[in-house]
Ligand binder design. Structure first.
Ligand SMILES: Nc1nc2c(c(=O)[nH]1)N[C@H]1C(S)=C(S)[C@@H](COP(=O)(O)OP(=O)(O)OC[C@H]3O[C@@H](n4cnc5c(=O)[nH]c(N)nc54)[C@H](O)[C@@H]3O)O[C@H]1N2
Ligand SMILES: Nc1nc2c(c(=O)[nH]1)N[C@H]1C(S)=C(S)[C@@H](COP(=O)(O)OP(=O)(O)OC[C@H]3O[C@@H](n4cnc5c(=O)[nH]c(N)nc54)[C@H](O)[C@@H]3O)O[C@H]1N2
Ligand code: SF4
Ligand SMILES: [Mo]
Length: 895
């Protein structure tokens, strides 16, 4: 199945932790048809908007196609030698702790295994950490404290079997869309199933909720301690389970009762309605089949580990774990967050779920690897690691598959650290990323569709990523790159891998080595796969052992925990406030997270016009009262400022936001915006146990960003506004179909906007192909370039009044020749009478805009999402937009 000539290849989506199966077939000469794999148990044929648009992200545009040293192409040999020599020199003088790897949950398990082996077993230090530190480390630490192992007890099917599903700190409708659609489908079939969403904001996920608890940010531990107190009071503990399988009950209950004594107290601390809190508690109390799904609203906190344990405690005391339809469930973010945990990619793990500070484990792994040395103490976790780079203690860093110049908190300091660092190596697929700007050596890695290996999803299911496009000649698999450097560091025999299958077998063998059921992660049955069995490997859930050759759906339900005493540990949780609290100077709370159609730092989804249309600009969601207090109007540009940094974003006033909080998406960076980096603002506070950063809570101040003019540009070719900072102080670029869209604004005053336009564009375009109209008195300007009847560019500028909508104008770039009717209307910005503006994009799969939906609701009297689907197809493919269609329906009905 890995045959690149094959007409259909089954592979796995490279985005979120749902881990959907994908079928790829050759569509036309040039293109590929991407569809959901009907046979994959995670998605059964479904895909979300990002998965469905994967074909847009393929191709060589923007790819890094050769190794580079100081931005000049070099041969592989030169680059590899440079890295090996550089690392060796530093190790010789300063010791192994002076070098580091910073890796990623977007690497394949095989890549990750080799990176970890090189650092911990051969360089002999543990300074390898991963972006999973920013993502899942509180879950890992919570699991380990409670279960003695990093075990996700349940599986996706449990969601469908549950009678109560609680989602806390998760916007699954946008971040785990296919799983969310499975939940919605289950609830439609069994309307008695209850869904409760706990999130300060009302999100697309709360759309299907019977109850939404707009919790005060940071107070989840109080809410779940209160639930424990309530369950105790109602005598709902499973005494058999707790007596036989749990330690620490009395202290845990006492702490919960002391810190969350009753519903009124909890409601007060969490700023919730007591009635709602009681309703949540009562549902949980009476529902045996209860699941609690959680993600970054829980993990990314300076007390994230405790929050995780406060949830696990409630499931353990009721014995609701590891049985069908019940249990705590950590929704993992990245496609291979779980694979990284399996190979021990965090600085405090070893490999195959073993521990660095366990001498038996160290000896076992060292013997297995036949390595000269083994790390004997945990290495530095991400935030500390970049601090050590800043301090000069770590002198060489190799970054693979992650973009820390964008995604790390307090990232101006991270950038300074990279700037000062003696040797920065970056392995990436893309030529231009914010992190690549700091690289001394840049290495081209294989991208999705080219690379070959395995990933593990949130339910412990290992799936194959298979290649289906020929790789660029000079791009290499990450495992190959790491192994080549390892060989040059003198470790030839341990790194002479020829294929990812060979690495997988070694990883599987280690998992079962002297295991004897002492460690949860065991895939020893897969250690003898031949190349063709590996190629054909069907998705399977670990453990996979001789006893469980077909994999294992659920764990821990029978009480076999992995602590020394084999019992689960209930952890007393004393709720802590966030590290930095609002002050009069920084009175609001900055909350950060994801949007539906972008993936992280946009290096791939940013290439898709359809994915960039949904939210084309960095924005800050503000509650109407906070907006009023700050004298900010909807759609105005604002500055957000914290103790750590500043950014500019578009104000979006929304009653769905919690008063006192601002939500800003994480995705924009220097490639796409002049000043859109939210992590420049985020505090570097971390959880003391997991070291996971507090991305969801930084005190912030907002104010209007005063500009004298604003504009948008649509252009067939890319324009680099970085070079035009003197004219446009604010710019954002977004890919569109057959064009680019730019929102720009400036502080400098121009009497004539034609002068401004001539500062922005090359003089050569102002010939008779340029049409323009200027109303000097009102400060309005409109111009367009038409060459050979093709629209090349247009710009609309205004001082104060609103600019026309972009949607209709954008469609003109898809016309081979602009019609005379459209040409006549062009500078008005409005479609001719017989054409309609579709409005902002809602359904990415079928390209349906908001205005089209509103028109259909009004004209055809549509009342349900099903009817809209029938009439317009909107929402009928991936369903990611259904929550938005529902909200359009209710707004149109109330209007
Ligand atoms: N579209 C898209 N999907 C993605 C990704 C992406 O980049 N784009 N990234 C993937 C990755 S790596 C990850 S880690 C996941 C993350 O998936 P999620 O964790 O679901 O996503 P976030 O938007 O980071 O945050 C979830 C919610 O936490 C809420 N929250 C903030 N503070 C609190 C609080 O104190 N308590 C509670 N209960 N909630 C709070 C936020 O308002 C937000 O709605 O998404 C994955 N899926
Ligand atoms: N404020 C705030 N910040 C956050 C978060 C938040 O909620 N709020 N969330 C955090 C979380 S949970 C996460 S996971 C991080 C994500 O943050 P990052 O990991 O920095 O984001 P990505 O854009 O996914 O970066 C992946 C990089 O690897 C490249 N790449 C893709 N595939 C491969 C490959 O196979 N090999 C190699 N070598 N390179 C590859 C891509 O081009 C890209 O440059 O952001 C974190 N930062
Ligand atoms: S839900 Fe979407 S992003 Fe996540 S794996 Fe499935 S298709 Fe990919
Ligand atoms: Mo993540």
């Amino acid at each position: 199945m890995a045959d690149t000539e094959c007409s259909t290849v089954k592979t796995t989506c490279p985005y979120c932790g749902v881990g959907c199966g994908i079928s790829v077939s050759k569509d036309t000469e040039a293109g590929f048809k991407i569809s959901g794999d009907m046979a994959h148990p995670a998605n059964k044929g479904l895909l979300c908007s990002k998965g469905a648009a994967l074909a847009d992200t393929l191709g060589r545009k923007g790819r890094l196609l050769a190794p580079e040293i100081n931005r000049k192409s070099v041969e592989w040999e030169t680059a590899l030698n440079k890295i090996a020599t550089g690392f060796q020199e530093i190790i010789d003088i300063y010791g192994p702790d002076a070098v580091a790897f910073y890796v990623s949950g977007q690497l394949l398990t095989e890549d990750y295994y080799v990176a970890n082996k090189l650092m911990k077993g051969f360089i002999g230090a543990a300074n390898i950490d991963t972006n999973s530190r920013l993502c899942m480390s509180s879950s890992v630490a919570g699991h380990k404290r409670a279960f003695g192992s990093d075990t996700v007890p349940g599986c996706y099917e449990d969601l469908e079997l549950a009678d109560l599903v609680v989602l806390t700190g998760s916007n699954a409708a946008w971040c785990h869309p296919v799983l969310y659609q499975r939940l919605v489908a289950a609830k439609t079939t069994r309307p008695n199933m209850k869904v409760i969403v706990i999130d300060p904001r009302q999100t697309a996920t709360s759309d299907c909720a019977d109850l939404h608890l707009p919790i005060k940010p940071g107070t989840d531990a109080v809410l779940f301690n209160g639930l424990l107190t309530h369950l105790k009071k109602q005598q709902k503990f499973d005494d058999h389970f707790t007596n036989k399988f749990c330690d620490g009950l009395d202290a845990t209950v006492a702490t919960a009762e002391a810190t969350a004594p009753n519903v009124e107290f909890v409601a007060n601390v969490c700023c919730l309605d007591a009635k709602d809190v009681l309703e949540f508690y009562a549902y949980f109390e009476k529902t045996e089949k209860a699941m609690t799904l959680y993600s970054q609203g829980i993990n990314q906190s300076s007390s994230g580990t405790d929050k995780v344990n406060s949830i696990l405690n409630c499931h353990l005391v009721t014995g609701r774990i590891g049985r069908p339809g019940m249990g705590p469930f950590s929704l993992t973010g990245q496609p291979n967050a779980m694979g990284g945990r399996e190979v021990g990619g965090l600085a405090n793990q070893l490999a195959a779920h073993m521990e660095i500070d366990n001498s038996d484990h160290r000896e076992l792994v060292q013997k297995f690897w036949q390595s000269p040395t083994i790390a004997c103490k945990p290495g530095l976790a991400a935030v500390d690691l970049f601090d050590a780079v800043y301090a000069g203690d770590v002198k060489a860093i190799w970054i693979m598959g992650t973009n820390p110049a964008v995604s790390m908190p307090n990232n101006s300091r991270v950038r300074q650290a990279l700037k000062k660092c003696k040797m920065v190596v970056v392995s990436d697929c893309e030529q231009n990323t914010d992190t690549a700007d700091f690289a001394d050596v840049l290495l081209p890695a294989l991208a999705w569709g080219e690379k070959d290996g395995t990933v593990t999803n949130s339910e412990r299911r290992i799936s194959r990523q298979r290649p289906f496009v020929p790789a660029p000649r000079n791009a290499k698999p990450d495992w190959w790159i790491i192994s080549e450097v390892a060989k040059r560091l003198g470790h030839v025999s341990a790194f002479k891998y020829q294929s990812s299958a060979e690495i997988f077998r070694e990883h599987a063998l280690l998992s079962g080595h002297q295991n004897n059921a002492t460690r949860d992660f065991d895939i020893s049955s897969l250690s003898t796969l031949t190349q063709s069995e590996y190629d054909d490997l069907a998705p399977i859930q670990w453990p996979v052992t001789d006893e469980q050759p077909k994999g294992t759906a659920r764990l821990l339900g029978t009480g076999a925990f992995f602590t020394p005493g084999k019992k689960a540990v209930l952890v007393p949780v004393s709720p802590q406030p966030p590290e930095h609290l609002p002050t009069p100077e920084y009175p609001l709370i900055l909350n950060t997270g994801r949007i539906r159609d972008q993936w992280h730092t946009m290096t791939r989804t940013g290439k898709s016009g359809i994915l960039s249309a949904h939210r084309p600009e960095p924005y800050a969601e503000i509650h109407p009262i906070d907006a009023k207090l700050s004298k900010i109007r909807d759609r105005e540009l604002i500055t957000l400022e914290t103790l750590w940094g500043k950014m500019v974003a578009r104000a979006t006033i929304s009653p769905y936001q919690k008063q006192g909080s601002i939500f800003v998406p994480i995705h924009w960076n220097d490639q796409y915006a002049s000043n859109g980096l939210v992590d420049a603002l985020v505090s570097p506070a971390t959880d003391p146990i997991s070291k996971q950063p507090e991305f969801k809570y930084t005190p912030v101040a907002i104010r209007r960003f005063a500009t004298t003019w604003k504009a948008f540009v649509l252009s067939r070719t890319h324009i680099n506004f970085c070079d035009k900072a003197n004219a446009a102080t604010y710019w954002v670029s977004a890919r569109a179909n057959n064009s680019w869209r730019y929102e720009i604004a400036g502080e400098q005053h121009y009497d004539n906007k034609s002068e401004l336009v001539r500062n922005l564009f090359p003089k050569s375009i102002f010939d008779n192909s340029w049409l323009e109209f200027e109303d000097v008195a009102r400060g309005n300007y409109r111009g367009a370039q038409i060459v050979d009847d093709q629209l090349i560019k247009c710009i609309f500028i205004s001082n104060l009044s609103d600019l026309p909508a972009r949607d209709w104008l954008q469609t003109l770039f898809s016309e081979p020749a602009i019609s005379s009717e459209n040409r006549a209307c062009l500078l008005s910005g409005l479609p001719p009478k017989n054409q309609k503006d579709t409005g902002p994009l809602i359904c990415a799969c079928f390209g349906v805009g908001a205005k089209t939906i509103i028109d259909a609701i009004e004209n055809k009297q549509l009342a349900t999402t099903d009817q809209i689907g029938e009439a317009l197809f909107a929402g009928t493919n991936c369903g990611s937009c259904l929550p938005e269609i529902t909200s359009i329906l209710s707004n149109t009905a109330s209007a």
